[in-house]
Design a protein around this ligand. Structure first.
Ligand code: ADP
Ligand code: MG
Length: 253
């Protein structure tokens, strides 16, 4: 099966920097699969997500979407890409515009993709809010009226309202307390199961990784040191860095 997203020999460098922050990155995400990116802070996980989202440009190698190189100038491809690939960020406090009602926030992808008018978006927004376990009247309220966990649900509703094929999530549950974390993980699992959603997720919580992602790639200083099935990588790590990572974080008993 053609990978929906693929990085081949990718390197990236931030403006003004003298060295690459990630390099030699090759990984493929096939439809319906979920991939976890793990590694210490600063390893380059967020940079990889930015590359996969087309927000950062590789200095070497290629980012491919449905087998074709990602070309920001190809309007037709970008439209399919924005429709098919959505993202959720770490911080549910800064990622939602405080001045807009939740309904408008969640409708934003439908509106910006030109899929819906205000009126035709409304039932989809209500369904997306219901899908993440929020009451339909949430649409009339503002982000500050919600808790951190509820806000992350709003962000997930926004990312899934246009029925994307792929969700890229950067530490989607790290800002949440334990009980809320469990609920949001369950919600993501349900989206995978029921919609066949493809998931690429950064998480430092290896129990979250183990419960959601079939595959795991381990990043150390901008390089992938190990990748494979999560059972393999976390169960019988082949690289000393992965073993150190496993020793340094809390695990499920
Ligand atoms: N906008 C930026 N400008 C310059 N350097 C950056 C920028 N964002 C991240 N970096 C650097 O790139 C490296 C990887 O960062 P990042 O991808 O955010 O890692 P992670 O998400 O694994 O913590 C770090 O050394 C970080 O300081
Ligand atoms: Mg990060």
């Amino acid at each position: 099966m053609t990978p929906v997203l693929e990085l081949t020999g990718v390197a990236a460098r931030y403006r003004g920097a003298r060295t690459d922050v990630v390099s030699g990155i090759s990984l493929a995400v096939r439809p319906g699969e979920s991939l976890a990116l793990v590694g210490e802070s600063g390893a380059g996980k967020t940079t990889l997500l930015r590359l996969l989202l087309g927000l950062a440009r590789p200095t070497a190698g290629e980012v491919r979407f449905d087998g074709a190189p990602l070309a920001p100038r190809d309007r037709e491809q970008m439209r399919r890409f924005r429709r098919g690939v959505q993202c959720v960020f770490q911080d549910p406090y800064s990622s939602l515009d405080p001045r807009r009602r939740v309904g408008a926030i969640v409708a934003e992808p439908l509106r910006s993709l030109g899929l819906d008018s205000r009126a035709s978006a409304a039932p989809k927004v209500a369904a997306a809010l219901e899908g993440v376990g929020l009451p339909a009247d949430a649409a009339e309220r503002y982000p500050h009226e919600f808790s951190g966990g509820q806000r992350q649900r709003i962000a997930i509703a926004r990312a899934t309202v246009c029925d994307p094929r792929v969700l890229l999530a950067d530490e989607p549950v790290s800002a949440l307390d334990v009980t809320t974390r469990v609920k949001v993980v369950e919600l993501l699992a349900e989206l995978k199961r029921e919609r066949g959603l493809t998931l690429v997720m950064v998480s430092h919580d290896l129990s979250v990784v183990a419960s959601l992602c079939e595959r795991t790639a381990v990043l150390e200083h901008g390089r992938i040191v190990e990748q494979g099935t999560t059972a393999q990588v976390l169960g019988a790590p082949g690289h000393p860095y992965t073993r150190r990572l496993l020793d340094s974080v809390p695990r499920l008993p």
